[in-house]
Every structure is written in C-alpha cells, then in structure tokens.
Design a protein around this ligand. Structure first.
Ligand SMILES: Cc1cc2nc3c(=O)[nH]c(=O)nc-3n(C[C@H](O)[C@H](O)[C@H](O)COP(=O)(O)O)c2cc1C
Length: 263
C-alpha cells in the first residue's frame, strides 16, 4: 500500500503533523509521499493511480483553510475508483470547521472520507488572537498530537472511520467570517513591517508562499498579496519583522524547521 499527503504549512505545524503521519505509516511498511502544495510542478506530476489513499492537511485561518488549500481542493481530480481520503486541520483551538469543509470538497470529487480530524497545535498568531503558547504548552500539545496521529493511523489500518464532525451551522457562519477575513487581508498585511536592523538576508523573500516581499531602501516591503501565514515573522534570523510595530516572540522557532526552508 502507498499514499500521498498534500499539505500547506505556513510555520511548520501542519508539516510537523505530516512528518508524524509519514513515520507512523512507515511503521506499517506503508510508503507515504509528502507533497507541499506550494510546489505546483510536483502537484501536477503526482499521479493518483499509483496511490491507494490520499491525505490533505491544512492550517486554519479564520476558521477555514487558507485560499491556497481551497484552490488546490477545487482543482484536485479523483480517478475512476473511490480512493480513501484522510483530512486534517491544525489549529490553536480544539476544533474548527476547516476539516469538515475539506472533507465536503473531496467527497464531491468522489473521494471516500475515512478520517476527518482536528489536530490542536501551537498558536502561531497569538499576538492577534488567543494566548501565547509557553514552552510547556507547546511540549504538551505536541505530545498529545503525536498520540492522536498514532491512533488515527492505527484506525485507518484497521479500516475504521473517524469523523470529528462540526455542525453545519458553525460551517455556515464560519464561511461568512472567513469571507470578511479574506477581504481584509490586503489591509491586514499592512501590519507587517521590517526594522532598520533588517540584514536583507533574503530568507523571508525566498520563502514567502505568495512572493509578496521585496527589498526597497534597505527594508523588506510587504505588498498586498499576503495570506498572513506568519512564516516571515517566525523565520527571520534576527527577528526584525514587526506586526503592528510589535516585536514578536518567535514561538515557532523549533517547529518551523520541519519546513526545510531555503536559507
Ligand atoms: C491568520 C491566522 C488566522 C488563524 N485563525 C485561527 C482560527 O480561526 N482558529 C484557530 O484555532 N487557530 C487559528 N490560527 C492558528 C493556526 O491555525 C495554527 O497555529 C496552525 O497550526 C498553524 O499551522 P502552520 O504552522 O502549519 O501554518 C490562525 C493563524 C493565522 C496565522
């Protein structure tokens, strides 16, 4: 048996979970190929026919998957047979309607949803919503997530179905909430600035999923295509990127290594 896992991950949480899926499946001698959906070539060249199941993983932005994931789900095609699918979202809260939404998209395409799961991970946007995760919180969240992923893989192997459902009402309201968030993105991205200490190393620019950053007059400039993934803030080697002029503790500094970014 072999599978493919498609993910988007701004600051490493969703990729960290993807890596855990891979290692847990390998314990059952099942090969799981990980594909970052930012890599359009790789997405285009992957052939479902070779795979027995797919997994799609996404972070949650304003209760929903970001647009890059929604666009991917719109384009994905299911080959003739009903391939099994696992969907998971990573978010700061216990749950969100994102996995439910992803499952609906894939079901419409003919995939058979066997697992739909919300995986709680550290909050990478704590400086805007929620609490700042402490080191202890992060360790606990990771340990709990690791156990959950182990269980999911076991259930999948046992042919069980797990659907952590959210109400249709929540999904409905979240769609509305998310539409407002998307409309506000160009304005929200103006909250990002770089300080005079910026060494123009180019790490933020090279790794921005939207190619939204340029250097002008010694500063990183953030244009209007930002999806607010927070990668630039958490990856800057000298922490020179500000949000609303505030210095942000780079709480994702370990987990973000799972992304193997260009340095
Ligand atoms: C712009 C933005 C909006 C977010 N909205 C939510 C939300 O509505 N609910 C939630 O539980 N977490 C929310 N989060 C937290 C992230 O979903 C969470 O930290 C996620 O695991 C990040 O995954 P990544 O590191 O793979 O990008 C938000 C994060 C960002 C950056």
């Amino acid at each position: 048996m072999r599978g493919v896992l498609y993910y988007f991950s701004g600051t490493g949480n969703t990729k960290w979970v993807a890596d855990k899926f891979k290692s847990n499946f390998s314990n059952y001698n099942i090969d799981l190929k990980l594909i970052n959906i930012e890599d359009k070539e790789q997405v285009k060249n992957e052939c479902f026919k070779k795979n027995d199941f797919i997994i799609v993983g996404s972070p949650v932005y304003a209760e929903f998957p970001p647009k890059i994931v929604c666009n991917f789900l719109e384009k994905i095609k299911c080959e003739n047979r009903r391939i099994k699918a696992i969907v998971y979202s990573t978010q700061a809260a216990k749950s969100s309607p994102a996995a439910h939404f992803m499952a609906q998209c894939l079901k419409k395409k003919g995939f058979k949803i066997v697992i739909q799961s919300n995986i709680r991970m550290p909050n990478n946007y704590y400086f805007s919503i929620g609490k700042k995760p402490t080191k202890d919180n992060i360790e606990l969240l990771l340990a709990n997530s690791e156990n959950k992923i182990k269980l999911i893989v076991k259930k999948f192997i046992d042919d069980s179905v797990i659907v952590e459902s959210n109400s249709e009402l929540r999904l409905h309201f979240s769609k509305f909430f998310c539409k407002i968030f998307i409309k506000k993105l160009p304005k929200l991205s103006k909250n990002l600035t770089s300080t005079d200490e910026c060494g123009k190393c180019g790490i933020c620019l090279m790794n921005c999923p939207q190619n939204n950053i340029t250097f002008e007059n010694g500063h990183a400039i953030f244009h209007s295509k930002c999806m607010l993934c927070m990668r630039c803030i958490h990856i800057c080697p000298i922490n020179a990127i500000r949000y609303k002029n505030k210095k942000i503790d780079q709480t994702q500094n370990k987990i973000i290594n799972s992304l193997n970014l260009n340095k």
